[in-house]
Design a binder for this molecule. Structure first.
Ligand SMILES: Nc1ncnc2c1ncn2[C@@H]1O[C@H](COP(=O)(O)OP(=O)(O)OP(=O)(O)O)[C@@H](O)[C@H]1O
Ligand SMILES: [Mg+2]
Length: 465
């Protein structure tokens, strides 16, 4: 696949190595991918049964659960008919899906800058602020993930960038051009949406050709389709109809169609949302290789934090129409700037600010609650010294529960004021260092710098209606 990918992408007009940039630099990386076919794009015969990975921390009041979507959300009716759930599709019709408005020779991704973007919708209850003053920079050929709770404005921003919505205020720049008022057709964009939105009466090859035909591009369509099928590892399936494909294969056709005319910007709205966790993971690895190799700037909307952190160079976290934080996955994970981000990304224990734990740790805050990560808890079987070398202030707790979760052991600790928190240890570490039984006494230290005070309103994500 590596060499195939390299050949295919060079034919597709990927940036030549002489113009070394992020894409060219990625090319050797792509070519190092072994074996010959990337696992992500292999046939999906190894598809496992649906798994639900629960990463529930401590006495967290918000479990982080990566759960595959209900398959009923798939838009296929079983007869291969696919309806489009994205409202934009209803409005513009399928003709924009996967249509790129530039000739397939453009080498690099667009540089997208969103400035003070505002989108208010008129509703029966007055104006609704779906996007309320957003600034985002999307570097050429990078992958940016828009992450956030339901209703936070992710799709709306994507539609504004696509030109499917008119902004209430603000500007969008593509490279040095103010693109705010450009028509959809003039934006050089490819789309992939959650529902496959393929034409069921057309074969795979005809679906991919569709964009080329609409654009009336003067290139050999059959050759181009063959290249794209190779790119998404569907060679030989061009004559099939969408109903004869798996969900993952259909999404790869949608991706091929979106890339058909070499867009400079690829927009994906929950592209794998209707697929099970295993297929989703395979597809995202394939997507990363493909978009890196063709150098297209990519914006992906996702609910799935793992997907966002794994795929993206930059993650933009939305809440209530605003960007709470944007940065590299590491920055967002390690340096959450607000209580919302801390709570939304990863796992937290929450205790009252007046609890024994907070007081003993001398964590003073004007807020009502304190949160900290379960893995930041330092656990001792005996009281450590409170002065001198290795001194740490601790608070006593009883082991209230121990759950064996395979490779992980989860303890519930109850402090003397009945406040509880939880922590997970690897089974190995537990066997090596703790091996506690329910009822035993332990001592807990939580470093100040890992604690964050907050009020309930700081972490609320209910859209303000
Ligand atoms: N045409 C519209 N009229 C009124 N309100 C709208 C319209 N389109 C979107 N909204 C509202 O704007 C808010 C943001 O919607 P958007 O689709 O951008 O959310 P999202 O972050 O993509 O959510 P999800 O993760 O559920 O897809 C929502 O509260 C939604 O109800
Ligand atoms: Mg959405």
């Amino acid at each position: 696949m590596a060499s195939l990918l390299a050949q295919t992408t060079s034919r597709l007009g990927a940036r030549p190595a002489a113009q070394a940039g992020p894409v060219a630099q990625m090319a050797p990386m792509a070519s190092r991918v072994q074996p010959a076919m990337p696992s992500a794009l292999l046939p999906l015969h190894a598809r496992a049964t649906t798994t639900s990975v629960a990463c529930r921390a401590a006495s967290i009041d918000k479990p982080v659960v990566y759960t595959p979507r209900d398959s009923s959300q798939q838009s296929s009716n079983g007869a291969g008919e696919v309806s489009m759930s994205i409202s934009s599709m209803d409005e513009v019709g399928p003709s924009y899906e996967g249509i790129i408005t530039d000739a397939p020779t453009r080498p690099t991704g667009l540089y997208v800058r969103v400035r003070n973007m505002v989108k208010h919708f008129s509703t029966a209850k007055g104006l609704f602020r779906a996007v309320d003053g957003v600034d985002v920079d999307i570097e050429p050929s990078s992958i940016v993930a828009l992450l956030g709770p339901s209703g936070s404005g992710k799709t709306t921003l994507l539609r504004l960038i696509a030109g499917l919505e008119q902004p209430t205020g603000g500007n969008i720049y593509f490279d040095d051009t103010d693109a705010t008022n450009l028509s959809v057709q003039d934006r050089q964009i490819g789309f992939v949406f959650q529902s496959y939105a393929l034409f069921n009466h057309k074969t795979v090859a005809e679906n991919i050709k569709f964009g080329l035909e609409v654009r009336k591009l003067n290139i050999d369509h059959d050759k181009r389709v063959a290249e794209l099928l190779a790119l998404v590892q569907l060679t030989g399936l061009g004559d099939r109809y969408p109903r004869q494909l798996s969900g993952g294969q259909r999404q790869r056709v949608a991706l091929a169609r979106a890339l058909a005319s070499n867009p400079r910007l690829l927009l994906l709205d929950e592209p794998f949302g209707a697929l099970d966790a295993v297929v989703r993971k395979q597809l995202r690895t394939g997507l990363r290789e493909i978009v890196r190799s063709v150098g297209v700037t990519t914006i992906i909307v996702t609910h799935d934090q793992e997907e966002a952190f794994d795929l993206a160079d930059k993650v933009v976290v939305f809440n209530r129409g605003l960007v709470e934080q944007q940065g590299s996955p590491t920055e967002i994970i390690k340096r959450p700037r607000t209580p919302f981000i801390m709570k939304f990304v990863g796992e937290t224990n929450v205790v009252p600010a007046t609890s024994l734990l907070a007081k003993r740790m001398r964590f003073n805050t004007s807020k009502t609650s304190v949160m900290f990560r379960p893995h930041d808890i330092k656990l001792f079987k005996t009281v450590p010294p409170e002065s001198g070398e290795g001194a740490l202030t601790t608070v006593g707790a009883n082991v209230a529960d121990k759950a064996n979760l395979g490779w992980v052991v989860k303890y519930t600790l109850r402090f003397d004021d009945d406040v509880e928190c939880e922590l997970q240890l690897s089974r190995d570490q537990d066997e090596r260092e703790y091996n506690l039984v329910v009822g035993s006494r332990v001592f807990v230290h939580v470093p100040h710098r890992t604690m964050m005070g907050f009020n309930a309103s700081d972490v609320d994500s209910t859209p303000i209606v």
